[in-house]
Write a protein that binds this ligand. Structure first.
Ligand SMILES: Cc1cc2nc3c(=O)[nH]c(=O)nc-3n(C[C@H](O)[C@H](O)[C@H](O)COP(=O)(O)OP(=O)(O)OC[C@H]3O[C@@H](n4cnc5c(N)ncnc54)[C@H](O)[C@@H]3O)c2cc1C
Length: 382
């Protein structure tokens, strides 16, 4: 291989493929390099929930603007990404959580989001199978325009649209090093050869830290194994995603009828261990049936793991770094990268192609960790 490109994107997950599409649309010659197959990283393992209810303004803005893009994405890309809006019901268990929920809702409403705080007796209006006493909820927030999409179909649709616009997508090709000249990136070395380029986007998910180390940049990303399961298919029971920050559980019913959800095991610690555990099955089934006792005779059929790429403030790392020019970060999504990918990639495409920056890109730059305290995202599960 002896190639060149305007931009090389490392990683064929949702962000790599979305960005490839947007940059190709702007007329740039883009190559995506993916070491396995498309969506083989966190994207293919994820719950693919789409929620706009965040505690930090930047995440809320990114998610609200992304939902507007998701709403028209199937028609824009010419493929059904199975986007649907059943809402997110976030359980509130304590007075402290209620105070935080009131702050969150005020901020979210100031950005134009329709979101409410529900009294406990109204939770079953949204999700009839809940046992409000069993889940120990004193209320919930609910946003009806939150939702879900198919992560594989969304990634493949972006990749197909990018290819049609001229992008090259190399799968089963690993990036093994980066080339720099003086103060800028100049190429990407793969196990199949070198690609010359002035712009490299690091969209390698949990491996983004290892990629950055190739040019001596330290990204504060910690890998966390996350387990997730799917039950057998059931008749339609509810539309919303249910989550709890106290219990760490999230679950929803998919279009085909299965319940998909996850929860962290109590003794979870960081690292690259990816083995599924029996503790998860036990903890998940106990908590899920406490929330929805009617599910106690339902069979779990599948159980798998994926990694969160967690940053110290649970917010993404985006944009350029103080280091080689042309080395752009798109990682650190800390468990919520699918839902904000459309807007994150729109901002990055504007920066790369048109040199346009924004308040959100500047706030979420790596430089925020240099000696300053940053706003931590509090609305995270697990
Ligand atoms: C169990 C679980 C549930 C989740 N649920 C949700 C959810 O409900 N909603 C939500 O928004 N998010 C969720 N997430 C998070 C979401 O999946 C991620 O934030 C998002 O998919 C990140 O996409 P990405 O493109 O940045 O990374 P990835 O999808 O991880 O893609 C990175 C790609 O880079 C490739 N790569 C790595 N190193 C190299 C190399 N050296 N050379 C070439 N290629 C390389 C990998 O193979 C991988 O395919 C969940 C994650 C998990 C694990």
């Amino acid at each position: 291989m002896n190639r060149k490109a305007d931009v090389v994107i490392i990683g064929g997950g949702i962000t790599g493929c979305c960005l490839a599409y947007l940059l190709s649309k702007k007329g740039l010659d883009v190559t995506v390099v993916e070491k396995r197959y498309l969506a083989s990283g966190a994207t293919g393992a994820c719950g693919a929930g789409i929620r706009q209810q965040w505690s930090t303004r930047e995440n809320a803005l990114l998610a609200i603007q992304s939902v507007k893009i998701f709403e028209r994405l199937s028609s824009e890309l010419g493929q059904d990404i199975e986007f649907r809006q059943g809402g997110y019901l976030i359980a509130i268990h304590t007075d402290n959580e209620m105070e935080q929920a009131e702050r969150n809702v005020a901020m979210q409403r100031s950005l134009g989001l329709k979101v409410d705080i529900l009294e406990p007796e109204r939770l079953t209006d949204v999700v009839p199978i809940l046992d409000v006493k069993g889940m120990k909820a004193i209320g919930a927030t609910f946003c009806p325009t939150d939702g879900h999409a198919n992560p594989f179909k969304t990634t493949f649709a972006y990749a197909d649209a990018a290819r049609k616009l001229g992008a090259t997508i190399l799968t089963h090709t690993s990036v093994v090093n980066l080339k720099t000249t003086q103060k800028a990136v100049s190429g990407v070395v793969t196990n199949q050869g070198t690609i010359r380029t002035p712009v490299v986007v690091n969209a390698a998910g949990v491996d983004a830290k290892a990629i950055a180390e190739m040019v001596h940049i330290h990204l504060p990303i910690t890998p966390f194994r996350k387990e997730i399961m799917a039950t057998e298919r059931l008749e339609p029971l509810f539309d919303a995603m249910v989550i709890s920050f106290t219990d760490g559980i999230y679950f929803s019913q998919q279009k085909e009828g299965q319940i998909v959800g996850g929860i962290p095991i109590p003794e979870e610690h960081s690292g690259f261990l990816s083995t599924p555990t029996f503790e998860f099955l036990s903890h998940m089934s106990r908590t899920l049936t406490r929330y929805a006792p009617v599910l106690r005779h339902v069979n779990m059929l599948r159980h798998w793991t994926g990694f969160y790429d967690v940053t110290p403030d649970a917010r993404p790392l985006l944009g350029p770094v103080k280091g080689p020019q042309g080395f752009i970060q798109c990682s650190g999504f800390s468990g919520h990268g699918f839902m904000i990918s459309p807007m994150v990639c729109q901002l990055l495409a504007g920066f790369i192609a048109d040199n346009k920056t924004s308040e959100v890109l500047e706030t979420l730059n790596l430089s925020r960790f240099k000696g300053k305290t940053t706003d931590r995202e509090l609305s995270v599960v697990g």
